[in-house]
Design a binder for this molecule. Structure first.
Ligand SMILES: N[C@@H](CCC(=O)N[C@@H](CS)C(=O)NCC(=O)O)C(=O)O
Length: 222
């Protein structure tokens, strides 16, 4: 039976999984969940993830949510070096994945909610939340920028799951206008990923097409 991945092509979290699966050569069956129609809050979906969030993976009797956990599962299943090429690298990859979840992506998500989700629903975004998010993005971005000054990738000398997790906020940055462009090494690294990882570029095209069409359909001006 194929591995099912539930999600919306406009989702940066789904993009982390579809990119990693493509790099690892893992065939997945995509199950479309239209987030703009609230399809992650149906009783059927909530039985898979009671938080009502995508992506979700179903591999026979294994059900997992959280894109990082799904990627770790898939990488272990096929023995991929996206997890790192040595035990030391694996721990560094995990360090950056946990950091990304707690100190980094969350502030882009907050900005996305205020600048896209709320206006999409006819509500006004809260400027104080955006200020808080930007302050945290600037503090973390400065450290990340120094880390990337002499490196091509986050850990070691090749792409790992840490790059995919930390690059995820770039999925919506053209729309949310988070201040990533203040950090030249961060910008160069994200461009390097687009230039050297075909699956990352391909999932960006898919995501942008979906988001831009959804935003245009309601006449939202960003
Ligand atoms: N920490 C989660 C984030 C999941 C998440 O926020 N998913 C969004 C799409 S990117 C979602 O499904 N939102 C649906 C909703 O809020 O109703 C992960 O990494 O998988």
């Amino acid at each position: 039976m194929s591995i099912k991945i539930y999600g919306d092509p406009g989702s940066g979290s789904l993009r982390r999984v579809t990119t990693a699966a493509a790099i690892m050569g893992i065939t997945i069956e995509r199950v479309n969940i239209d987030l703009f129609k609230g399809e992650s809050h149906t009783p059927e979906f909530l039985a898979l993830n009671p938080h009502g969030l995508t992506p979700v993976m179903v591999d026979e009797d294994v059900v997992l949510y959280e894109a990082s956990a799904i990627n770790l599962y898939l990488a272990e299943k096929v023995g991929s070096d996206l997890l790192g090429a040595s035990a030391h690298e694996r721990h560094e990859v995990l360090q950056w994945m946990f950091w990304s979840g707690e100190q980094w992506r969350v502030f882009s998500t907050l900005t996305f909610n205020e600048r896209i989700v709320k206006p999409f629903m006819g509500q006004t975004g809260d400027a104080s939340i955006i200020d808080l998010a930007f302050a945290n993005i600037r503090a973390a971005g400065a450290v990340l920028d120094r880390h990337l000054a002499q490196r091509r990738f986050i850990v070691g000398d090749r792409l790992t799951l840490a790059d995919i997790d930390i690059a995820a906020p770039f999925s919506q940055s053209a729309r949310t206008k988070v201040p990533f462009d203040e950090f030249p090494h961060l910008m160069a690294w994200q461009q390097r990923l687009l230039d050297t990882v075909p699956a990352w570029a391909e999932t960006k095209r898919e995501l942008d097409g979906r988001m831009d069409a959804a935003i245009a359909a309601v006449g939202l001006k960003l």
